[in-house]
Write a protein that binds this ligand. Structure first.
Ligand code: ZN
Length: 76
């Protein structure tokens, strides 16, 4: 069962609770004071993609012959 985070509106504390996905958006009582708490979305850091993809050294280029013609090896 997944764990969701909830925020107590009176104490401004965040607690986590295991709930089913069907209940994840329903208010849950704060374990400390019992106030109905809403679910908070976990902050996920954006993942940068495409800048530095791991490429095996020496792997042949997938496009355009051996080197694209820069080395004069005969590739057209
Ligand atoms: Zn509370």
């Amino acid at each position: 069962m997944p764990i969701y985070e909830y925020r107590c509106p009176t104490e401004r504390t965040v607690f986590s609770s295991r709930r089913s996905m069907a209940e994840m958006d329903a208010p849950i009582a704060c374990p400390s004071c019992g106030a109905p708490s809403q679910r908070v979305l976990s902050i996920v850091a954006p993942v940068g993609r495409g800048e530095r993809e791991p490429v095996a050294a020496g792997a042949p280029a997938a496009n355009g012959g051996c080197c694209g013609g820069a080395c004069g090896c005969g590739a057209r």
